[in-house]
Design a binder for this molecule. Structure first.
Ligand code: NAD
Length: 476
């Protein structure tokens, strides 16, 4: 991978922080308090597998405890290290502040390639890792609540929840110790796709503001826009699927570990996903043309580039050649600090990770609240809402009949109007609302201040101000 000498991930996040904080009026002491990562726990543990003891290294980093619990995913990847986990934990602090979820920032990681182990082995490893973290309150409903990230999914979250429950048999809130669980283990409808859904809602909100769309040199809405996605995992797939099936966007390329599959007229994302699931990559995928050097496709012409794999993908080595006028960071840290500077000079609009992928933590927040309240959203009010709506419709029909007006409700309206919202609809509504409001706060800083020239700096300014207010309220 072409990579020039540039700051690492954590350093890059700090530099972005510094760029924003320089525009703010915080005391140097408070600035430093917010910037630094409070603690990182490193654990090495052995698990007996395949007749031998294997030692694994895991991390849980807590960036800021201005609000508790702290929140952040657990990543399984061979490249996980302290620097990465601390960068991701810092981003979680700012992300939670930006979208107003009442959490501090945290992140975890395990140095492992999940593809090297079968399900049974992964369960043993995950349970042991969870045990190590839970016994130090680094998994705890009121202190530290993990979620899925790269390489983990609801399966791992269910194991973690169960491990915590076994260790805390009288904790009535045990299920709230982790989010992103399957529905049958205390999860919430809409969590699996939440981050991708959030990317879609973020883009929809962006395209509601013609001034912002023009800043990227684009016009119109999402319909027909050419989109390139890197990483067709949980986040990338759902974002691409929704944009294609609900907004009329064209997914012109999918970049994976083993190259890219390209089709100018638009790929069928679901079929590409099925191929990857069966064959482990895009090689040989008949849906489009295969490009062996996948990373070169990041530079292809398109309207929207969605990096949804891992950090550092757009760096000083390729930023100048990126042709997309709009980049939405579905992954965490896909654009390095150096690349960000180059892109800003070129006029590329970057919708920053801190905002773009906040859908996951937003719905995690809803799940945590659901677990603490021990009741499904909508269970109390749904039928009552339906009864009220039915009364209104019945009354309208009666009036129309009495007065001989012959009013006819349009087909389907009655059923749609009368239905009370179920959990999934409430989750989507809450997520949409969160993504819209957070964008509006960001753009108010972007357009409202002479010294803020991009959405990332705007996002940092909004988030840091909130974290600072929280520390000040505590008397720090
Ligand atoms: P995932 O493991 O489900 O998917 C990652 C995808 O990227 C996989 O398809 C993988 O094959 C692909 N990939 C890996 N290395 C690649 C490379 N070098 N080039 C191209 N493709 C590559 O992970 P995910 O949960 O979708 O997470 C992706 C990103 O989104 C991460 O940066 C993560 O931190 C971020 N994120 C995830 C969530 C969530 O809820 N899962 C929430 C917020 C942010």
């Amino acid at each position: 991978m072409e990579q020039l000498d540039e700051p690492g991930f954590r350093e890059g996040v700090d530099l972005m922080f510094n760029r924003a904080v320089a525009l703010m009026d915080l005391s140097p002491g408070l600035e430093e308090k917010i910037r630094v990562c409070n603690a990182t726990y490193i654990v090495r543990f052995g698990v007996r597998l395949r007749g031998a003891i294997h030692t694994f290294t895991g991390y849980r980093s807590v960036h800021s405890e201005h609000m508790e619990p702290v929140k952040g995913g657990i990543r399984y990847a061979p490249e996980v290290d302290q620097d990465e986990v601390e960068a991701l934990a810092a981003l979680m602090t700012y992300k939670c502040a930006l979208v107003e979820t009442p959490f501090g920032g945290s992140k975890g990681g395990l140095c492992i390639d999940p593809r090297d182990w079968d399900e049974h082995e992964l369960e043993a490893i995950t349970r042991r890792f969870a045990y190590e973290l839970a016994k130090r309150d680094l998994i705890n409903p009121s202190q530290n609540v993990p979620a899925p990230d790269m390489g983990t999914s609801e399966r791992e979250m269910a194991w973690i929840a169960d491990q915590y429950a076994r260790m805390n048999t009288t904790d009535i809130n045990a299920r709230a110790c982790v989010t992103g669980k399957p529905l049958n283990s205390g999860g919430i409808a809409g969590r699996v796709e939440a981050t991708g859904r959030g990317v879609q809602y973020a883009l929809r909100e962006f395209f509601r503001h013609p001034e912002d769309v023009a800043a990227a040199g684009l016009t119109g809405g999402l319909e027909g826009k050419r989109v390139i996605v890197q990483g067709l995992g949980n986040v990338g797939y759902h974002a691409a699927h929704f944009l294609q099936t609900e907004d009329g966007a064209k997914i012109t390329a999918v970049i994976e570990r083993d190259g890219a599959v390209v089709r100018e007229e638009g790929l069928d994302v679901d079929r590409v996903r099925e191929w990857i699931a069966k064959h482990g990559g895009v090689s040989g995928c008949p849906e489009g043309e295969h490009v062996a050097d996948g990373r070169s496709v990041l530079e292809a012409e398109c309207d929207i580039l969605i990096p949804a794999a891992l950090e550092g993908q757009i760096n000083m080595g390729n930023a100048e050649r990126i042709r997309a006028p709009l980049i939405i960071e579905a992954a965490n840290g896909p654009v390095t600090y150096g690349a960000d500077e180059i892109l800003r000079k070129k006029g590329t609009v970057v919708i920053p990770d801190m905002y773009a992928n906040a859908g996951g933590v937003t719905v995690s927040y809803f799940e945590w609240v659901k677990n603490l309240s021990h009741i499904r959203f909508g269970r109390m009010q749904r039928r009552q809402e339906e009864a009220q709506n039915r009364m209104l419709v019945t009354e309208l029909e009666r009036l129309s009949a009495d007065q001989g007006l012959g009013w006819q409700l349009s087909p389907g309206f009655k059923e749609q109007f009368m239905r009370g919202a179920d959990e999934l609809e409430l989750v989507r509504s809450g997520l949409d609302d969160t993504m819209r409001i957070a964008y509006q706060h960001m753009r108010a800083a972007w357009h409202g201040r002479d010294d803020v020239h991009d959405l990332r700096t705007a996002a940092f300014v909004v988030a840091i101000e909130r974290v600072a207010a929280s520390y000040r309220a505590k008397g720090l």
